[in-house]
Design a protein around this ligand. Structure first.
Ligand code: SIN
Length: 284
């Protein structure tokens, strides 16, 4: 049981310990056993902490796959990633395995599945096997990245939409002849360049280098320049928090207000993660 006292936090009693890692993003939560079904008030407090801190970290939570799925379901419907092998027994789990034969290439900033009409609310990532050194993940606070833009740029961005495309990031993994079918199944989506958080009402920058292709209706050269500038904002250390994983560590991020970056510095070591993703709604 903790009482939040920092000026950055609202002052109320929480049903767990909360330890912020930076002024704006990232907090460790302890004094909870995520294997148990949690009371409604704990889920509500975790949700509020997620919206405020954008990514929550938990140590020593050695969940089974069922427990991982059950924990995630307490926050909403789960979604299935199209790259999950169809014969996988628990399709809700996206297994991310990198080792000597399959080098990690995650080293780019992104929010998940922004190529969906309704990109996810958040993801819950569990460390299954981690390298002795390296393999950290960083998150960036896209609300702070928006808040600190000059007012003239904020005015320019208001009302702009950007196109997000599945094939932009994953096209190289899929044979060219299948691209038309993939494009039909996952047609490019238009989302606001600045989205409003459905729970807090705060605005955040909603373009990412992995999936955002261009700004709708803008000349390509101008769009590339503006997108390049906006996408680079996630790379500023002032907006970031970095996690060193341990076996049993869990990270739960708010995909609506953050981006993340998995550091691919550990090859040829092995790193195995499992991700369960909570469905979201249409950005506005
Ligand atoms: C992800 O991008 O969802 C995975 C991040 C990681 O493996 O650290």
């Amino acid at each position: 049981m903790t009482t939040a006292t920092s000026s950055a936090r609202s002052v109320h009693t929480l049903p767990f310990d909360l330890d912020p890692q930076t002024p704006g993003i990232g907090a460790f939560i302890s004094d909870l056993d995520l294997r148990q079904a949690l009371p409604d008030e704990v889920i509500a407090a975790l949700r509020a902490a997620l919206v405020q801190w954008k990514v929550l970290f938990f140590r020593d939570q050695h969940l089974s796959e069922e427990e991982h799925i059950r924990f995630a379901r307490q926050f909403g419907e789960l979604e299935i990633h199209p790259l999950t092998p169809p014969d996988q027994p628990r399709p809700e789990i996206l297994r991310i395995v990198h080792d000597r034969d399959n080098r990690g290439t995650e080293n780019f900033w992104h929010s998940d599945v922004t190529w969906r009409p309704q990109p996810s609310l958040g993801s819950i990532l569990r460390a299954v096997e981690i390298p002795e050194l390296g393999g950290d993940t960083l998150w960036a606070d896209m609300e702070a990245a928006y808040a600190e833009l000059p007012d003239t740029l904020k005015e320019k961005l208001a009302g702009l939409q950007a196109e997000h495309n599945f094939l932009r990031a994953f096209g190289h993994r899929i044979p060219e002849e299948q691209h038309p079918e993939i494009r039909e199944r996952h047609p490019p989506q238009h989302h606001p360049v600045v989205r409003t958080h459905p729970e807090s009402g705060r605005k955040s920058l909603y373009v990412n280098i992995a999936f955002t292709d261009h700004i709708v209706g803008m000349d390509k050269q101008e769009s590339d320049k503006l997108l390049g500038f906006l996408q680079d904002r996630a790379g500023r250390p002032e907006y970031q928090v970095r996690l060193k994983w341990q076996p049993g560590t869990i990270a739960f991020w708010d995909n609506r207000a953050s981006q993340h970056y998995a550091v691919s510095d550990y090859w040829p070591q092995r790193r195995v993660m499992e991700r369960v993703t909570v469905a979201g709604d249409r950005p506005f």
